[in-house]
Ligand binder design. Sequence first.
Ligand SMILES: Cc1ncc(COP(=O)(O)O)c(C=O)c1O
Length: 382
Amino acid sequence: MISSKAKNISPSATLAIDAKAKQMRKEGKDVVIFGAGEPDFNTPENIKQAAIKAINNNFTRYTPVGGIPELKKAVSEKFMRDNNISYEPSEILISCGGKHTLFNIAMTLLDKGDEALLPVPYWVSYEEMIKLSEANPVFCNTDERFKLTAKNVEEKITKKTKLLILNSPCNPTGAVVEPDEIKKIARLAVDNNFYVVSDEVYEAFNYTGKNPSIASLNEEIKKLTITVNAVSKTYAMTGWRIGYCGAGKEIISAMNALQSHSTSNPSNIAQMAALEALNGPQDSVKTMVREFDSRRKLMHKRLNEMGLSCVEPEGAFYAFPDISKTGMKSMDFASKLLDEALVAVVPGIAFGSDNHIRLSYAASVQEIEKGLDRIEGWLRKN
Ligand SMILES: Cc1ncc(COP(=O)(O)O)c(C=O)c1O
């Protein structure tokens, strides 16, 4: 009954753990959730008001498929302001979240038998998107700090290589690719003529101060890059579902056609909210990132102190400690921890690494301390 395409999809492990933990909470259990991939902050007031105003003004009808012109212009200005990339509004597409943007890209660029380079550990959905487009994921190693190097990429290039997924800062590791390596990777892409999908949704959560957008390096690599971003993480707007990308007109137009037969336009009200997010005051972002930075340090320090060796995450809001010393595999570790210590984490197997777990520090300091105390106590017993 079910198509072979659909049968091949594994449900998102991150969402599954989150759902189980939330269900346990509903049943009255005091679960600490380190599973969530979203900020615990509320959407800033000015953004919410922009959406309310849009409703009151009856801005409730279909918009152009790829987004309203004002929002495309705001995205184009954002790319110039923050990333030093010049994309015209006609080189921008607005979609229903970063995930939808990436899905459109996979469907638009990948053919059966193409190879898509995917650095490990990787965000859960990339692999499924590649498989759904009947291409083959080719996994690239990263270094001991989970950073992708040009050498890692070079080793895996073949005649079939169609694109590379570059996710910096990275979910799940928080790794930020070194600027020199980004330059070398750009050179490889140009020399070997493959695309780079630069997923920059965690751009705002970068504690190193350096992370050049690959498309900003020169015109040659810009032509081969699709720069992806979203308002979801940056503005605590995960539920609003607005993502966007910049790319050459031909790619944008193909993605626009695909989107016209699937979702049509992203929610018009959410587009007005995103417009305010990009054009309005940015103080809330700074406040949130400052707070995440101190939580990051706390989590990193305590995980190492309790013997779960953890590389310092340089970006995003995740820690990715090594659990191999416990002798448990990641799924076993995560499900026992949830059942026995009421702490939800995501098994690393979902990200291609069974010796790790992912903890999100998008939770209050008090919650982080409570959860880490429980993990520490539980580890002592095991
Ligand atoms: C690396 C990465 N890219 C893209 C997304 C998609 O974000 P959204 O669809 O919520 O905008 C996520 C969300 O978790 C992510 O972690």
